[in-house]
Write a protein that binds this ligand. Structure first.
Ligand code: ZN
Length: 259
C-alpha cells in the first residue's frame, strides 16, 4: 500500500491542486496531511475543503491552531495572516459550510500512530516534533549542532516518525544525521534500515524553504519513502497574495525562491 503524505499547504490552493493531480496520476492509495493547511496563503477555505475531501485524516499544525484559537509565537506578518485567515472563515455566508469548516479544524488531532504501508510498521505522525507535536522545530542543522536535542526527540520514536513544520524535506537518522533529498539520490528514495530509527520531514506543499520552489510531498510504501516535487503556477498564488493588503508581499515573493 502507498500513502502520500502532504504537509504545510499554507493556503496555497494552486500548489495543492497540482500535488493532488500528481498523486492521482501515480495511483496512490490514500493521502494523509500533517497540518498547517492554512496561514500565510490566499486560499484558506479551498485548501480546507480539499484536505477534508481528499485526505483520510489531517493533523493540527501551529498555524491551524493559530487561526482557530490564537496565534502563539508568531512574527508580525504571520500573525496578520492568521487574523486575515480567520476573517475569511467567519465571512462565509453559507452557515452549514462555515460550521463544517470550523468543526473540521476543531477536530484535528495532534498525533496519529498508524500502519500507512500495509506491512505492519506503525508510523508516528505529528506536525512538528514527536516531543512537542505542534510547535517544536527539528532543523537539519540540529543533527550536527544539537545531538542531545535529537536524542531526546528520538527517545519518543519507536522506529519511523513523520513531521513537517520546517518546510525542509529530508530524513533524520538517530545517528544523528540528516539527509536532504538531493543527497539521498536522483530518485530520491530512502530505504528504511533495521538498525536505525528515522524521522522523515515530508517538506511543504505550499511554501517550500529548501531553495527548491516546487511543491514537495512524500510517498510512503513498504520499507521506503520517496520525495516528490511538483511544479505549479507560482505567479497565480503570489499575485493573489500581493492583491490582499493584510498578507505581506514577501509571503508571495519567497515562493519564487523556495525560502
Ligand atoms: Zn508550516
Amino acid at each position: 500500500m502507498k500513502t502520500a503524505v502532504i504537509s504545510d499547504i499554507h493556503g496555497n490552493a494552486v500548489a495543492l491542486r497540482a500535488v493532488l493531480q500528481d498523486i492521482e496520476a501515480r495511483g496512490i492509495d490514500q493521502i494523509v496531511c500533517l497540518g498547517d493547511i492554512i496561514g500565510y496563503g490566499p486560499d484558506p477555505l479551498e485548501c480546507v475543503d480539499l484536505v477534508q475531501e481528499k485526505c483520510a485524516w489531517a493533523l493540527m499544525g501551529n498555524h491551524d491552531f493559530g487561526v482557530l484559537y490564537e496565534p502563539t509565537n508568531f512574527n508580525a506578518p504571520a500573525e496578520a495572516a492568521a487574523f486575515w485567515t480567520r476573517a475569511q472563515f467567519d465571512a462565509e455566508p453559507d452557515e452549514p459550510a462555515r460550521e463544517r469548516r470550523f468543526s473540521f479544524l476543531g477536530s484535528l488531532r495532534v498525533r496519529a500512530v498508524e500502519d500507512l504501508t500495509g506491512d505492519g510498521l506503525e508510523i508516528l505522525a505529528v506536525h512538528a516534533s514527536p516531543r512537542r507535536p505542534i510547535n517544536e522545530y527539528i532543523f537539519p542543522d540540529d543533527a550536527s549542532d544539537a545531538p542531545d536535542k535529537l536524542e531526546a526527540i528520538f527517545d519518543r520514536v519507536e522506529k519511523v516518525a513523520m513531521v513537517g513544520h520546517t518546510h525542509q524535506p529530508g530524513v533524520f537518522s538517530n545517528e544523528p544525521d540528516f539527509y536532504p533529498p538531493d543527497e539521498i539520490g536522483s530518485d530520491p528514495v530512502f530505504k528504511f534500515n533495521e538498525n536505525e530509527k528515522i524521522i522523515i520531514n515530508v517538506g511543504s506543499v505550499g511554501q517550500p524553504r529548501d531553495n527548491d520552489p516546487r511543491a514537495c510531498y512524500a510517498i510512503l510504501s513498504p520499507g521506503q519513502v520517496e520525495f516528490a516535487r511538483v511544479e505549479y503556477e507560482i505567479a497565480k498564488t503570489a499575485d493573489k497574495i500581493k492583491s490582499i493588503p493584510e498578507l505581506a508581499d514577501w509571503l508571495g515573493e519567497r515562493l519564487y525562491e523556495g525560502r
